[in-house]
Design a protein around this ligand. Structure first.
Ligand SMILES: [Mg+2]
Length: 415
């Protein structure tokens, strides 16, 4: 008889193993056991997923495809099929939903589940994790690893440790389920690098290194005042994470923090019209996603990478939160640096953040009416597209001489 979890929160982090590559193997069994790279196949393509057989050679996601192919010349390279991944992701989430409604999605292949209230029906959190993994294997023929803990941060780290690993040229199979019992968080976290804590990027890591802190247990020993002076308030939050304390709830709303699309171009864009067309395409993509989710954004960010890899971001704030493609495009044109066409553009990205639900904006009457009308229009566009396909309605600027080019969600985002 398994011991009880106790009265505290029980959180699972479920993460499918190299999802895109696994779906490709699923659909083409001849790829089984072979190194597979999914991602952009153009000259500037980026790896979106690498099978474990490819990782043995050092290939990794987010690496340039050319580099990955140099490391692993025998790899099968496959352009991503986003719509297929989305379909399988839907099946994955249906299984998750059979255990609890409290699910926070973190992308197509990853989610947090709060199973505190599910224990009466489905057993201990560990039993739920094991059953979830069994069902994903049986029903989808995919492997999912599950972390079990009292907080999201620890559950995520626990699932990572349950993943298959590479040792020399061998793939060590997944343990599959990793459990950190309530009360043992501090011991579990102590030996890890501070880099593994949420919010620790290279800069913070460098600052911590400056005061001799590399591991989580070393961070815990630093007095609050010192952390405050070095990292500001974020330092105190970090210390709480290091102590295994984290009240961050599993929440479907919190799941969508931003909506973004970006694209690396096969050759640099240096024509003002081409750049405007791409901005319209990206504006269209983020606006459509926001409308579909019933969200409006207060902040708009343009990301631009020049041919020499210098990357800049520029943001604008809407007085009235919006998901209007017209307003987004207007502001994007203002944000675009004047020198962009002359210097050339390697990558463009657009993101919406500070998201809220549509209703809350309808109180702004006078100024608001226009954006409410625009949002209604945008919602009709979404409805028509859902019925007749993504390219049934497109902004005029996207209709080119011989074909309609539509930026489908995540299309060719890997270059
Ligand atoms: Mg994954």
């Amino acid at each position: 008889m398994e011991r009880s979890w106790g009265p505290g929160r029980a959180i699972l982090h479920a993460d499918l193993d190299c999802f895109f590559a696994s779906v490709e193997v699923l659909d083409d069994p001849s790829l089984k056991g072979l190194p597979v790279l999914v991602g952009g196949t153009g000259p500037r393509g980026v790896v979106a997923a690498a099978s474990y057989e490819a990782r043995v050679f050092g290939a990794r996601s987010a690496m340039s495809m050319s580099m990955a192919q140099r490391l692993c010349p025998t790899a099968k390279v496959i352009a991503g099929r986003y719509h297929r991944y989305k379909e399988v992701s839907g099946q994955f989430f249906s299984i998750l939903e059979s255990f609890t409604d409290e699910i926070e999605s973190v992308g197509l292949d990853e989610a947090f589940l709060d199973v505190t209230g599910a224990q009466k029906l489905f057993g201990t959190p560990t039993q739920i994790a094991v059953e979830l993994r069994r069902r994903v294997k049986k029903e989808l023929s995919l492997s999912v690893c599950v972390g079990v803990a009292a907080t999201k941060q620890v559950a995520k780290l626990a699932s990572k440790r349950a993943k298959p690993t590479i040792s020399g040229s061998k793939v060590i199979p997944a343990r599959g389920v990793g459990v950190v019992w309530p009360g043992t968080e501090v011991t579990f976290l102590a030996p890890l690098s501070v880099r593994e804590l949420w919010g620790v990027g290279p800069k913070t890591q460098e600052k911590l290194k400056g005061i001799g802190v590399n591991k989580v247990f070393e961070l815990r020993a630093i007095p609050d005042a010192k952390l405050l002076s070095i990292l500001g308030k974020g330092g105190l939050h970090l210390k709480r994470l290091a102590e295994g304390k984290d009240d961050d709830p599993v929440s479907a709303r919190v799941g969508v923090k931003s909506i973004s699309h970006e694209q690396t171009y096969p050759s640099d864009l240096d024509d003002p019209t081409a750049i405007t067309t791409e901005l319209a395409r990206l504006a269209d993509a983020v606006a459509a996603t926001a409308s579909k989710k019933g969200l409006v954004a207060r902040t708009l960010t343009l990301k631009l990478r020049y041919p020499d890899f210098t990357t800049i971001t520029r943001s604008a704030t809407f007085d009235i939160p919006t998901s209007s493609r017209g307003q987004i495009l207007l502001r994007l044109r203002e944000l675009l640096p004047q020198d962009a066409p002359a210097v050339g553009v390697r990558l463009l990205g657009v993101s919406l953040s500070n998201l809220g639900e549509v209703q809350s904006t309808q109180l702004h009457l006078e100024d608001g009416m226009k954006s409410v009308r625009q949002e209604k229009l945008d919602r009709s566009v979404v409805a028509i597209r859902e019925k007749f396909g993504e390219d049934s309605l497109v902004p005029a600027v996207l209709i080119e001489k011989d074909a309609i080019k539509v930026k489908l969600a995540h299309d060719a985002q890997w270059g």
